[in-house]
Design a binder for this molecule. Structure first.
Ligand code: ADP
Ligand code: MG
Length: 619
């Protein structure tokens, strides 16, 4: 017969800890949120080995009173709520009173804290949930928490951790989000002894974005503000020129909390719809302030998801607000010079802006108060009128409108194979008529009209040429001088480091350039001059969105394909002789009929079909 045991408190704590503490980034999240809740104006986070062996979070907040320290490490001990009712009016980030207990259950923790009122501080050591030491010491105001050897006593959990580099990139990602959600707090993030970024805490979100994502993005932002009953939205919208290949740059906060919300994502993307190409996503950082009675953050311990009451109305509101903001803005992309090493360094040494913008913070605080005091009927009329616009639209694939399609779809591609039109001998009979819509080359060939998609053709030619060299190990790297400086976010960095060898094999020469910056000193010769920086970043984004797996060979082939795809863009003004050369080269390929992504490079229409259209032939 099975014996039923009552588990001891340490076992219970270890099990429960799994809910809150999954990896180093979850520890950092809880500790930094505690610092923010303690009213800190400056927070420093340092990690080693991606946070697995060492995490230190230091703040200059309220501190914990000597007599309270032991309680802070008890499960369900919190100073932030006292009853379930308080949950509806939650303003602090933490509230479960679980974090410190959970962290201490699965690691070695040392806490040093001092309140402003006390003359001396306290040092408290707790390992695997067991109190080890407690002593009075001299300390600055505020709190430092050191977490060592995460999961040292729960080996199965430790096994689930990824490589230190990957764990570190999660922490970096988190720190970036925390910095952007709290522009009025100065953050410093150090990983492996290197300062990754710091922010001044002057309240300027754009400045933080510049420090994290670099100048290219910071230049392409426009301020956004929208106020409706019960909802205020503030932040920055990326102009469509700085669009991204994945959703990682749609960054949302609700009442100061970083959240993932597919509802908000869809609404924002719909708002951007006319301005973005298929499979492109906006860059935006948006802070939502919503009456606390309309949201539920108590969905998951990680607290990244929220439930928003009256979802459809909220969706419409966000979509319309974004759409209107974009509509009222001049969208003609400006030519921005590629930042080179020299001016990137110059920008970096710009004097820091004034440290504290008290007026604005006071104003924001006042607005927040007004907002949460607003009536609890959430703008009934507003939503009703918005809803009249029709039910929530589903996101549909954004096929470009193409009137020529249905007609040309019939122009059988198979014929092309049978007739071998695309062969060097047939080439002599080609007569290039001209270019249509800046995209299609019209070619007459015997009894047919050939329509060649210049873009697809170019991509195909480029791709084959590049792959041939690549497989022959004859990739040539072209030096870029001065080097191009790119600023990589945590996720991009992780992706680059994982595939660094592949990039090198393709002809990229990339070096660390301090902080989040990397210097591109060489690029594949075939891709030189096509906006190297752009495609380097696009490849990273694609990689981080869809992890590429397989043999090293398939991985590299995929990366090469991405490089080509990114490279052919934009550079598409062809003269007649260039078009001739392009067509010539296309015809030398084994499969000239499809671009690397399967789209046709060429369609044909017979004289017979044309005559039928004009009713010269009636069948
Ligand atoms: P919660 O944040 O949900 O209250 P925690 O376990 O994270 O639970 O923290 C327990 C308590 O310890 C907090 O309620 C707070 O009173 C205190 N505390 C934790 N970290 C700090 C800090 N950095 N500064 C001041 N007090 C802190
Ligand atoms: Mg907490």
């Amino acid at each position: 017969m099975a014996i039923i045991h009552i588990l001891d408190h340490q076992t219970i704590d270890k099990i429960a800890a799994g809910e809150v503490v999954e990896r180093p980034s979850s520890v950092v999240k809880e500790l930094v949120e505690n610092a923010i809740d303690a009213g800190a104006g400056a927070v420093t986070v340092e990690i080693k080995d991606g946070g697995i062996s060492f995490i230190r979070v230091t703040d200059n907040g309220n501190g914990i009173e000597r007599g309270q320290v032991r309680n802070a490490f008890l499960r369900h001990a919190t100073s932030k709520i006292s009853s379930a009712e308080d949950l509806t009016e939650l303003v602090s980030l933490g509230f479960r009173g679980e974090a410190l207990a959970s962290i201490a259950a699965v690691s070695m923790v040392e806490l040093i804290s001092k309140t402003r009122e006390d003359l001396t501080g306290i040092r408290y050591v707790i390992e695997g949930g067991d109190e080890k030491e407690q002593e009075e010491i001299g300390a600055p105001d505020g709190t430092t928490v050191l977490v060592r050897n995460l999961f040292y006593n729960t080996p199965p959990r430790k096994k689930f951790l990824k490589q230190p580099q990957t764990e570190g990139s999660y922490v970096a990602d988190l720190m970036e989000h925390l910095a952007m959600s709290n522009p009025q707090i100065s953050f410093k993030f150090v990983s492996g002894g290197q300062t990754k970024f710091y922010t001044t805490g002057d309240g300027d979100l754009a400045q933080i974005i510049y420090r994290i994502y670099g100048r290219e993005i910071a230049n392409g932002l426009m301020p956004f503000h929208h106020q409706a009953e019960g909802v205020a939205i503030d932040g920055l919208l990326g102009r469509p020129v700085i669009n991204r290949a994945n959703r990682n740059y749609e960054i949302f906060y609700i009442n100061g909390r970083y959240v993932k919300s597919s509802l908000i994502s869809r609404a924002v993307e719909e708002g951007y719809r006319e301005y973005l190409m298929q499979h492109k996503f906006p860059f935006c950082v948006l802070h939502f302030r919503i009456n606390t009675d309309r949201i539920d953050v108590n969905v998951h311990p990680a607290k990244m998801e929220v439930r928003i009451a009256d979802g459809p109305a909220f969706y419409e509101l966000v979509k319309a607000a974004i759409h209107d903001a974009l509509h009222g803005t001049e969208m003609i992309p400006e030519v921005v010079l590629t930042p080179r090493a020299a001016d990137s360094a110059a920008l970096r040494s710009m004097p820091a802006p004034e440290p504290f913008e008290s007026r604005r913070i006071a104003k924001e605080a006042a607005e927040r108060t007004v907002l949460s005091a607003a009536s609890d009927t959430p703008g009934q009329e507003d939503y009703a009128s918005l809803l009249e616009a029709g039910p929530t639209e589903q996101r549909t694939a954004r096929e470009p409108v193409s009137y020529g399609r249905p007609l040309l779809a019939k122009a059988a591609q198979t014929e092309l194979f049978a007739d071998k039109i695309l062969s060097p001998p047939a080439r002599a009979k080609f007569e290039i008529i001209g270019q249509l819509f800046d995209t299609y080359w019209l070619v007459s060939y015997e009894e047919k009209l050939l329509i060649i998609d210049q873009h697809a053709a170019h991509e195909k030619v480029q791709y084959e040429r590049f792959l041939k060299r690549f497989h022959a190990h004859a990739v040539v790297s072209q030096a870029v001088n001065p080097p191009l400086i790119v600023t990589l976010s945590g996720r991009e960095r992780e992706c680059y480091l994982t595939h660094a060898a592949d990039f090198e094999a393709l002809g990229f020469v990339v070096e660390e350039f301090g902080g989040n910056d990397y210097a591109i000193r060489g690029v594949p010769l075939d891709l030189y001059g096509y906006g190297e920086q752009e495609f380097f970043r696009e490849i990273l984004e694609e990689l981080s969105e869809n992890a590429v797996t397989g043999t090293p060979e398939t991985v590299r082939t995929r990366i090469a394909a991405m490089a080509c795809k990114a490279a052919v863009k934009g550079n598409m003004r062809l003269s007649l002789p260039e078009a001739e050369r392009l067509i010539d080269e296309l015809l030398t390929l084994d499969n000239p009929y499809n671009c690397p992504h399967g789209r046709p490079t060429i369609v044909s229409m017979t004289k017979y079909e044309l005559e039928k259209k004009f009713k010269r032939i009636v069948t």
